[in-house]
Write a new protein. Structure first.
Length: 324
């Protein structure tokens, strides 16, 4: 009996410590990775490279922020890359035809949110599994992008200051895409961790039946969450199109994998009910550091895919272990 009581006390003491370790795990992994890459190539820590790294991370992080909401509910969104491509293609086409760039960007954002909402409607009203629904729309949205662009890049977008600034501007020496990333991080952090909407999101992922009994309108929340995911993909699309000064029909290809990897590396559980937006930001930095570091070390892009795949497997295995 005494041994049993001691074991229970020991488990209770380990509980908070384990939670703290789980929260610090992604940050510790990032620190170790940065130290390793710096030792292998000291130029990694140069101000120019760090700013380039943050600029590269910004687009993946924006998509991953929206994906965090989705995965916390126990869902998945495989269509974000195609949503990015279609929304940015329409935006670029409108700018090329003479529409005011600000209005065109607004149309692109609305389209991104609408495409995300379509996913949410199919999942909630159509009772489709998120994986199947978003796999289908991934193909549909990509096909529509190819139809709209005829498979060719959209160029001749123009030199509007506001449009150029979105992807190529600087604010106090910081790339503007990084500023956009931080602004959306702040807004979504408050939404997820400080507001009722966030509590409902976690409730859906923890136990959807219990959430329904508690009066949470799960369908509305899910549609809103997939709309957020589509909106974040469209924001990333604006930044990429601005940087390239053209809309590529293949833009966003396989971006969903980096976004999912960032979310999982950040500690969000694929089974839902648990996650942190701060962790997702750290996860995006890990993926960005991996890409940047491997490029600096001259590692082939083929091997880079292998490395990222191994990292994802490790993150999922750790997630499964933490749930036990």
């Amino acid at each position: 009996m005494n041994l049993g009581i001691q074991a229970l006390k020991s488990n209770k003491e380990k509980g908070p410590a384990k939670k703290r370790l789980n929260k610090l795990g992604p940050l510790l992994a990032l620190v170790v990775l940065v130290i390793f890459v710096t030792i292998m190539n000291p130029s990694f820590m140069s101000p120019t490279n760090l700013l380039n790294l943050l600029r590269q991370v910004s687009t993946n992080a924006l998509i991953a922020f929206g994906m965090t909401f989705v995965i916390i509910t126990g869902g998945i969104d495989l269509s974000v890359g195609s949503t990015l491509a279609l929304s940015s293609a329409l935006m670029a086409g409108l700018i090329a035809s003479g529409l005011n760039p600000v209005l065109a960007m607004g149309v692109g954002l609305v389209l991104g949110a609408f495409l995300g909402a379509c996913n949410g409607v199919m999942i909630t009203k159509g009772k489709m599994a998120p994986f199947i629904a978003t796999l289908a729309t991934m193909t549909i949205y990509r096909g529509l992008t190819l139809v709209y662009t005829d498979g060719n890049p959209i160029t001749g977008i123009g030199n509007s200051f506001i449009f150029k600034y979105m992807g190529r501007g600087y604010l106090f020496g910081i790339p503007f895409p990084v500023v956009v990333m931080l602004l959306f991080f702040g807004v979504l952090y408050v939404l997820l961790h400080k507001m009722t909407f966030g509590r409902k999101t976690f409730a859906l992922g923890g136990n959807e039946k219990a959430a329904f009994i508690a009066g949470i309108k799960s369908d509305r929340i899910k549609i809103a969450i997939y709309s957020i995911s589509g909106l974040m993909a469209a924001v990333a699309g604006i930044i990429i199109t601005s940087r390239l000064n053209s809309a590529q029909p293949t833009a966003g290809n396989a971006y969903e994998m980096d976004a999912i990897a960032s979310v999982v590396l950040g500690g969000t559980s694929l089974s839902g009910g648990r996650g942190r937006l701060v962790g997702t930001l750290i996860g995006a930095l890990i993926i960005g550091t991996l890409n940047n570091g491997l490029n600096l070390l001259g590692v082939s892009s083929f091997y880079q895919q292998v490395v990222k795949g191994v990292v994802i497997i490790i993150a999922v295995l750790l997630d499964r272990k933490n749930k036990k």
